[in-house]
Design a protein around this ligand. Sequence first.
Ligand SMILES: [Mg+2]
Length: 190
Amino acid sequence: MNTIISGNMNKALFVDRDGVINREKDYVYRVEDFEFIDGIMEALKKVAELGYKIIVVTNQAGIARGYYSEKDFQRITEWMCGEFRKRGVEITDVYYDPTHPEYGTGKYKRVSERRKPAPGMILDAVRDHRIGLRQSALVGDKLTDIEAGRRAGVGRLFLVRTGHPFRDEEVPAGVEIVEDLEEVAAKLEG
Ligand SMILES: [Mg+2]
């Protein structure tokens, strides 16, 4: 019998970290500074129940600047994923970029195709987790997040008001402005 490998792809919600999952502060790398934004657990749980993989994509220029190490970042990431898991939310993967083209030191000072607004981290996730981009969505608090999603070809782009301030008139057409992740969950539920 011929087996036809079906092209079943996963859908994902790509989520920026700072300003979306946790309160935007300068260079958060210690657990005591990491403050979950209200409602984030419930919202991401709902999104996961809709069948989306939750994939975090985050620029971490604080590593480039020498404010903290990749080890520090990995430690807080493990803790963060554990907090989600305790509440029944599985974070499928976390992608980060530790570079900065100007302010980086040593090996971290370079132009990276993964640092948003470049789409590299999203494209890596697509390959690693068989993600179908058109059926996927991205949420960020900066236009650079949105730009990365647009360049990758992510189907729906959400700009959330819980983080970095922005002016509505700067937001490109087609981008959905939302108050919080709960609204993202509601819109994805459609
Ligand atoms: Mg952010």
